[in-house]
Design a protein around this ligand. Structure first.
Ligand code: NAG
Ligand code: NAG
Ligand code: NAG
Ligand code: NAG
Ligand code: FE2
Length: 627
């Protein structure tokens, strides 16, 4: 099938286009598996490589204002006006950045076919009739769009021919932020030790023109200057299309500063900046954060956990099939409750850029109010990592050719090797062991050793709350797409790990990937060890598994018919979980809906230290007869 579709490529189509065809066909063929991910990036609906130029002198597009961010903003609204003497109902506006999109160079794939005229996808699009409902009659329209500062200028183009066969009719002048290179969208993450926080941000400044740094300290006291490191990645680190072709966009420079020797729980302020070689300093905005508690410290500790958030545009652009509308409500609820949140864990399927790299900037802009204030810890999901022949455990195309590289660079995680993406992190009485389901976890692998070490190296008297996190469901789920395969998990998930969960008394295992909420009873080897309850107390019996993948991407379905015995609570809506450790003996798990922040399921665990030590099913070594 792949051969055939390559052979049939019409003249004028390049290999790039042909490969995109193949991949589209390939993903359609494996749509049963794709349902699991429901992640069709709206930008992939645009056949940009098929664009033809049919500039019409009577058509026009204009934009105002032409200069953005005059008050130092990183986001601003623009108004686009357009007219077309021959309007049609599926005309659309594409936003391009850099503005000179015809400048983009298409690699010549072979000598027989002409390269496409355009090989850079727009960063956003909207139909011309979106707010101008009589556009088809009058040929006149206007649109308001939100732009974020992402290192380059912007232009706007009017297309006819729909998304799939674009005909470029007119294009606008360019608009730009005052300083397109400005340092933007800081995201905090826990460092490798309890008293270290990190901040990662993006700018247009390479190490050849400026020194990146953070200025930070306790308000009113002497401020510290610390160096930040600078990384980037290039097109040739992408594994395939669209990331390597039409979806590629220069990621600029990604900087990470380290706040070290923090005093526990103290509030710090910080500013990111770049010192240019002419001495001038370019500052980012000022932000603040609270340092993490010492592992084991007894204080109120609240961690929000969800998967599969994604991004959506508040201007209504980039919509296809209600792709990730839910992410706006989730983001809004988290921002609203931020003073009651100490850390956020986004367990995979971060922004579904799927190879359209501009979307990573837009995601970091969306979560900026959260990520600049509390540590925003990510895990790897299929939409970050999976690519055939790239060493991912699954050989699908869900990452759109990114094969993990943007995720590993855009967000810091305290992993020994950020490419492997598994790590542990402590927050007071919590220990989180974060796995990477896109790499092999089975016994004998490096990841399995890491998971066991993470569980076994925690002192439960001090950190009683042991939480396992992973993107795909390694425990239990009633999702239709597992049911259709005759299973309730990723094959070899719990079979590989349940003896570790049981031996080390993992309290809760949480997953994303299935876009919805589900909670089990304390379950071991498929059987409820304890009856499900909203109040557990006393001796640890078995791990409770929670799927919380309703962050924002289109919702999943549950298998019809009788529920599995282990499935205690389900909700098919957008939402997130919040863990509250009140002290060493009481933990609360709440599941909240994103539409209104209301709690739709919850349970508490109350126990003493001896209840963790107590022997239950399969979790104590045999004792000696000697006394
Ligand atoms: C605008 O055009 C799109 C694409 O043709 C169409 O699906 C949509 O219904 C139209 N909207 C309005 C408000 O006419
Ligand atoms: C845009 O790029 C084209 C092709 O490289 C070049 O000829 C043209 O001068 C550029 N236009 C502007 C406004 O920079
Ligand atoms: C722990 O917190 C819970 C909930 O606030 C409270 O009911 C309980 O008395 C506390 N236990 C201890 C030992 O402080
Ligand atoms: C977001 O929240 C609003 C207000 O509760 C609700 O009306 C809307 O349906 C929600 N959107 C989604 C996609 O759930
Ligand atoms: Fe996923």
């Amino acid at each position: 099938m792949q051969q055939a579709s390559t052979m049939k490529s019409p003249p004028g189509t390049t290999m790039v286009a042909a490969l995109v065809h193949v991949l589209v066909a390939f993903s359609a063929a494996s749509s049963a598996a794709a349902a699991a991910t429901a992640g069709e990036q709206p930008l992939s609906k645009i056949g940009i490589h098929r664009t033809t130029f049919e500039i019409h002198p009577g058509a026009s597009v204009d934009v105002s204002p032409l200069l953005l961010g005059l008050q130092g903003q990183d986001q601003e609204w623009v108004t686009i006006g357009y007219s077309n003497p021959r309007p049609s109902k599926d005309d659309w506006i594409g936003v391009f950045s850099p503005a000179n999109f015809s400048d983009s160079i298409c690699p010549a794939e072979n000598q027989w076919v002409a390269p496409p005229l355009l090989c850079t996808a727009p960063i956003k699009f909207q139909y011309a009739n979106y707010t101008s409902t009589d556009y088809v009659k009058t040929g006149q329209g206007s649109l308001r769009l939100q732009l974020i500062n992402q290192r380059s200028d912007f232009s706007f183009a009017l297309f006819s021919g729909g998304l799939s066969n674009p005909k470029l009719i007119a294009r606008s002048d360019s608009t730009t932020f005052v300083n397109p290179k400005a340092p933007v969208y800081p995201r905090l993450a826990q460092g490798k030790s309890w008293n270290e926080m990190t901040v990662t941000w993006t700018s247009g400044y390479s190490t050849k023109e400026a020194t990146a740094f953070v200025e930070w300290g306790v308000q009113g006291q002497i401020q510290i200057l610390s160096p930040a490191v600078t990384l980037t990645f290039s097109r040739n680190t992408m594994c395939g299309p669209p990331a390597r072709t039409v979806g590629w966009r220069d990621p600029g420079f990604i900087h990470t500063g380290f706040f070290k020797d923090l005093w526990p729980n103290l509030k710090y302020t910080y500013r990111i900046g770049h010192r240019l070689f002419n001495g001038q300093i370019v500052w980012g905005h000022q932000y603040s954060f609270k340092a993490s508690p010492y592992p084991g410290e007894d204080s109120l500790q609240r961690v929000v956990i969800f998967g599969d958030l994604g991004k959506a545009e508040i201007d209504g652009s980039n919509e296809y099939n209600d792709f990730e509308r839910g992410s706006i409500n989730t983001t809004y609820q988290l921002v609203k409750d931020l003073k009651n949140i100490d850390m956020v864990m986004h367990i995979g399927d971060i922004c579904y850029a799927n190879g359209y790299l501009s979307q990573w900037d837009q995601f970091t802009a969306q979560v900026e109010p959260i990520a600049s204030t509390v540590p925003y810890m990510v895990a790897s999901g299929n939409h970050e990592r999976d690519w055939p022949g790239s060493g991912s455990f699954y050989g699908n195309i869900d990452s759109g050719g990114e094969c993990g590289v943007p995720a590993q660079n855009m967000f810091y995680v305290p992993a020994e090797n950020r490419e492997q993406f598994w790590y542990s992190t402590d927050y007071g009485m919590f220990r989180f062991c974060v796995a990477n389901t896109e790499l092999d976890w089975r016994p004998g692998t490096e990841q399995y050793k890491f998971i066991e070490h993470c569980f076994s190296s925690v002192d439960r008297q001090k950190q009683p709350w042991l939480i396992f996190l992973a993107h795909r469901v390694l425990g239990y789920s009633s999702a239709t797409f597992y049911g259709e395969e005759g299973t309730t998990e990723e094959p070899m998930g719990r079979e590989s790990l349940q003896s570790l969960w049981q031996k080390y008394r993992v309290d809760i295992a949480m997953y994303g990937h299935v876009h919805g909420y589900e909670r089990t009873c304390p379950v071991y080897e498929n059987v409820c060890v304890t009856k499900a309850s909203d109040k557990y107390s006393g001796v640890f019996t078995a791990t409770t598994h929670v799927v919380v993948g309703g962050g924002g991407a289109s919702l999943a379905e549950y298998t019809a018919g009788p529920r599995a015995r282990w499935s205690h609570a389900q909700d098919l809506d957008y939402g997130f979980a919040k863990l509250t450790a009140f002290n060493h003996s009481t933990l609360l798990m709440e599941y909240k809906r994103s539409r209104d922040g209301s709690v739709h399921d919850s349970f508490t665990i109350s126990r003493d230290y001896r209840d963790i030590l107590a022997c239950g099913v399969d979790n104590c070594p045999s004792t000696t007869m000697a006394s």
